[in-house]
Design a protein around this ligand. Structure first.
Ligand code: FES
Length: 107
């Protein structure tokens, strides 16, 4: 499968997170320990934009109901909660990235 250039590493380092489109899907790029990671931007709980969330350690925390999703593997570190009730929250898709110079490419 071909690699697709989606962002500048310099720009991502400056912003720490950004939204890009890949094959018609919104993807969140985020820096974790100075390395870029890519994850489906739709929260696996109720599809809120993870871009609107906050980055904590190697995770993104969804602004809507607090699901905490590991950016490196898509696993759920903390389920979404509504009124103190934990909601089923599935693992989400991550993408492979390649960095060449200042170019970040996705596959
Ligand atoms: S939509 Fe993200 S936690 Fe509910």
């Amino acid at each position: 499968m071909a690699w697709t250039k989606v962002a500048s590493l310099k720009a991502l380092k400056a912003q720490q997170k950004m939204k890009v489109e890949y094959q018609g899907v919104s993807v969140l790029l985020a820096m974790v320990h100075n390395k870029p990671y890519a994850i489906n931007n739709q929260c696996p709980h109720m599809k809120a934009s993870l871009y609107e969330g906050t980055i904590e350690d190697e995770c993104v925390v969804c602004k809507a109901h607090g699901a905490k999703i590991n950016l490196t593997n898509g696993l759920i570190e903390r389920k979404a909660k509504i009124l103190f009730i934990s909601m089923p929250t599935k693992k989400t898709k991550t993408y492979m990235l390649k960095v060449e110079g200042d170019e970040i490419s996705i596959q």
